[in-house]
Design a protein around this ligand. Structure first.
Ligand code: ATP
Length: 264
């Protein structure tokens, strides 16, 4: 790899700790803008640790993370969090708040209420960004409902809207389809794809390999190292999946889409 600045999120020979153990070792990967990248791998492979390192929440034990060609460590925190949004596995959201209010949190609204200092006075641009995020995630229809009145799938779309309201360049998602039925899970992927078509760079940790097959590119982690990296057809091979998961699978093509089927 050259040292030329590349747009996107990038790790170079990254090692990172989770607790006291080294959860990532020598990970070199590139997550470009306008691309849907999925990080896959068995439990404990280091996927969440990678997301935390990309967010700057875990400092590298070796190597580095770059954001749009600049080392992450050189970015100011506020600047970095405007560029990269994060949707955690479990979002600590205020249950009694209205949907619009929750999405507005993505732009720093209501900071005082949550014990934070507002970054800027609320503007029409903030209001417009909230409306756009609600509309793009099909949540405008229930903007006046409380969060506690929504189904799991609807809540996940509200969480996505909250992240999109910040108008980030990159969005990191940790198992965004966890606990969702097939319809809602596909819905999340469809919304992600729309945002990617608009230029957003998405990095999603996914456990469902058939959902991951819908990404543009995959990074397969195993025991903290990169086992495979590239388009789904080159990563989701029976050999790679046996090496990572210890499960024999076959891959099929259905209408141009790759499908992974366990043999037992
Ligand atoms: N707080 C911690 N203290 C010690 N070890 C940790 C801690 N968090 C994670 N680990 C270890 O680091 C390794 C990577 O964990 P990580 O959560 O990144 O994996 P993952 O691929 O996201 O797993 P999962 O799919 O189960 O969520 C695992 O071996 C895990 O046990």
């Amino acid at each position: 790899m050259t040292d030329a600045p590349a747009p996107g999120l990038e790790t170079r020979d990254l090692s990172a700790r989770a607790g006291t153990s080294l959860a990532l070792r020598g990970v070199t990967a590139h997550f470009p803008p306008a691309t849907f990248s999925a990080v896959i791998g068995p439990n404990g492979a280091g996927k969440s640790t990678l997301l935390r390192a990309l967010l700057g929440l875990t400092a590298p034990a070796g190597g580095e993370v770059r954001l749009d060609g600049r080392p992450l460590a050189g970015w100011r925190r506020a600047e970095r969090s405007r560029a990269v949004a994060y949707l955690a596995q479990t979002e600590p959201l205020p249950e009694n708040a209205g949907v619009r209010e929750v999405v507005a949190l993505g732009r720093g609204a209501g900071a005082w209420r949550w014990g934070l200092i507002p970054t800027h006075p609320w503007t029409e641009a903030d209001e417009a960004a909230v409306t756009t995020a609600l509309s793009r995630t099909d949540t405008l229809q229930f903007e006046h409902r409380r969060l506690s009145e929504l189904s799991g799938g609807e809540r996940q779309r509200v969480s996505l809207a909250r992240a999109l309201a910040a108008e980030p360049r990159y969005l990191l998602l940790d198992e965004p389809t966890n606990h969702l039925d097939l319809g809602y899970a596909l819905d999340v992927i469809r919304h992600v794809r729309c945002e990617v078509a608009g230029g957003l760079g998405v990095v999603a940790v996914l456990h469902d390999l058939n959902l991951a097959a819908r990404a543009d590119r995959l990074l397969l982690l195993h025991q903290g190292e990169v086992l495979a990296d590239g388009p789904p057809e080159t990563v989701l091979t029976p050999e790679h999946l046996y090496a990572a998961y210890g499960v024999r699978v076959k891959t099929l093509h259905d209408g141009g889409r790759l499908v992974v089927v366990p043999e037992h």
